[in-house]
Design a protein around this ligand. Structure first.
Ligand code: 1PR
Length: 539
């Protein structure tokens, strides 16, 4: 809810306001408390009851209900009867993070005066342009299960695992989506345009469930995500460039030893959006050296990117408590807040997560409540906190050689024929190994409230030899939060391998996209041929 623009909300009850979009991310309780503390509750209710068009997004939809299991003691706006409930983790990862379909249960038009010449435009306004053959970006752990009592309010439903929940509500002047249209590529922009440009709302449905495609109703259409990653740093000439290392070494192997320059961050992000990337990740790879709040160019990159790129943006590097050169302290929460306000949807934490887990372990697995992971997850929601892991293999002759660590049997023996290894966590971009393993790290970070794991592998990074499937399979067993496979993609088959041999929700690649070796669309087409669900929305 911190993303609500105060300039908009301050004036929302005024009569001159014709339409209101009420977006939000984060926890139900914080959102309601924020509305209460700013005296926005009554004006918001008054606006909605005035009959003027209202559009809620994500938490902006959930707050319309009576209450939520997320914050049982905090009442919602109570406009729609019902309780927002936590997804079951028994059959799927939670949060529900990624692209999924919506099934329209009824048909409405949102045009009520004036005739548009363009039939196609009218067609686009039916159901606010929500199409059953498109997918939209969801990120939430709580939802409203679909029940017959709520059919009057339900415009569309979505299936996730075995659960069917309400993805769009609409009645009279109220329209709200559980997904994020503003992050749902061109398909999402059509919805926003329809809400903003449509002349109003006329509900022509007979309030019965009239889905034309009942066979779709119970289909889970959750897609596999393809993520483009941009490692960003200042080159020797002082410009911020996208670079790419081989096993984290980003300098040219030639005699020049220059930082590899693969392009400009904003231009590349735009290109990947147009080519169909489902998310874009920026990693500020040398931020451990500086105070990230002094890193204005990085904030500028996010601002510029978010003006034209409408898929989720993650930013990593330097998310930690920092003290300015002038002695001013900034908490990790402040640093993250600055990135969110500049356009990031998620922050990714690397080194600081390792230090936090070291403390957690030495404190007998007691949560302190003051780590970057906990404070950011509390304020912005778990879905906004990604843990970027930079592990490397440590080979051992037998598990007895590393009694403190989670050792696995490997099909790929080490240099001295060792058949066992553990994955050591590193900090400072792989420059320093620590005495904790990936199993310890990811389980502890999940307990602290992280929402996703970005699983790199130093041995595989930049090698084009495929993902480290053994590492990924192992981590996927450890946690219920989504996992992004990263490092090593070199050909189309590697994407098939990672999705067929592991249960990861997403695969990330860098080098092959930057060097134009494989277009993102080819990855999508290839996966589709292999019967994986992927998003196809490049127009
Ligand atoms: O520790 O919180 O400040 O975060 C620093 C961030 O910067 C971490 O997320 C860390 O992974 C990243 N980082 C630091 N140094 C490097 C480096 O390369 N020298 N990049 C680095 C990590 C790995 C991935 C890469 C994939 C896919 N790079 O970002 O994109 O391995 O590559 P490929 O498809 O070409 O194989 P903190």
């Amino acid at each position: 809810m911190q993303n609500v623009d105060p300039n908009i909300t301050l004036h929302f009850a005024r009569d001159f306001m014709k339409k209101l979009i009420f977006p939000g991310v984060g926890a139900f309780g914080s959102a309601m408390e924020f509305l209460f503390s700013k005296n926005y509750l009554e004006p918001l209710k008054k606006y909605i009851s005035s009959g003027r068009p209202f559009m809620g997004i994500c938490i902006g939809m959930q707050t319309l209900f009576d209450k939520s299991e997320e914050s049982p003691n905090v009442p919602g706006l109570g406009i729609i009867p019902g309780t927002v409930k936590l997804f079951s983790k028994s059959d799927k990862s939670v949060p529900h993070m990624g692209w999924n379909r919506v099934i329209n249960l009824k048909e409405i038009k949102n045009i009520n005066d004036g005739k548009k010449d363009d039939d196609e435009e009218q067609e686009d306004d039916i159901n606010f342009g929500i199409k059953e053959d498109s997918v939209y970006y969801f990120v939430h752990s709580y939802s409203v299960p679909y029940t017959d009592e709520l059919k009057e309010w339900t415009l569309s439903s979505t299936q996730y695992g075995k659960e069917m929940f309400i993805s769009v509500i609409q009645k009279n002047n109220i329209f709200a989506t559980q997904f994020h249209p503003e992050k749902s590529g061109y398909a999402g922009l059509k919805i926003l345009r329809s809400f903003l440009k449509g002349k109003g709302i006329v509900d022509t449905s007979d309030r019965n469930v009239i889905t034309k495609n009942p066979e779709l109703l119970s289909q889970d259409s959750f897609t596999k995500r393809i993520i483009a990653c941009l490692d960003v740093r200042t080159n020797d000439g002082g410009d911020l460039v996208v670079t790419k290392g081989d096993q984290y070494d980003v300098r040219e192997r030639s005699t020049s030893g220059q930082i590899r320059n693969l392009g400009k961050p904003v231009d590349l992000a735009r290109r990947y959006f147009k080519e169909g990337a489902d998310e874009i990740t920026f990693l500020n790879i040398t931020s451990f050296r500086n105070c990230p709040l002094a890193d204005l160019p990085m904030l500028e990159i996010l601002k510029l990117t978010s003006e034209t790129v409408f898929v989720p943006l993650t930013i990593g590097g330097g998310i930690r408590d920092v003290t300015d050169p002038d002695g001013k302290f900034h908490s990790a929460l402040e640093v993250a807040g600055e990135y969110f306000r500049s356009g990031a949807d998620k922050v990714s934490i690397g080194s600081d997560a390792v230090y936090a887990v070291e403390k957690y372990i030495s404190n007998n697995m007691k949560l302190s409540g003051d780590t970057a992971i906990e404070t950011i997850a509390h304020a912005y929601g778990s879905q906004a906190v990604v843990i970027s892991v930079d592990p490397r293999r440590v080979y051992v002759e037998s598990p007895n050689d590393a009694p403190k660590h989670h050792v696995i049997h490997t099909k790929y023996p080490g240099p001295r024929g060792e058949n066992w290894c553990w994955y050591q966590c590193t900090v400072k971009g792989g420059r320093e190994g620590r005495d904790i393993d990936v199993h310890q790290l990811v389980t502890a970070c999940e307990a602290m409230g992280a929402g996703e794991i970005l699983l790199n592998c130093m041995d595989k990074d930049g090698t084009n030899s495929g993902y480290d499937l053994e590492l990924i399979q192992d981590v996927k067993k450890d946690v219920k939060i989504p996992v992004i496979a990263s490092s090593g993609a070199g050909k189309l088959e590697h994407f098939f391998e990672v999705f067929s041999e592991t249960k990861v929700e997403a695969a990330l690649a860098a080098g092959i996209f930057h060097r134009n070796e494989i277009p993102i669309q080819s990855v999508k087409s290839y996966l589709k041929e292999k019967n994986f669900l992927v998003r196809n929305d490049c127009t």
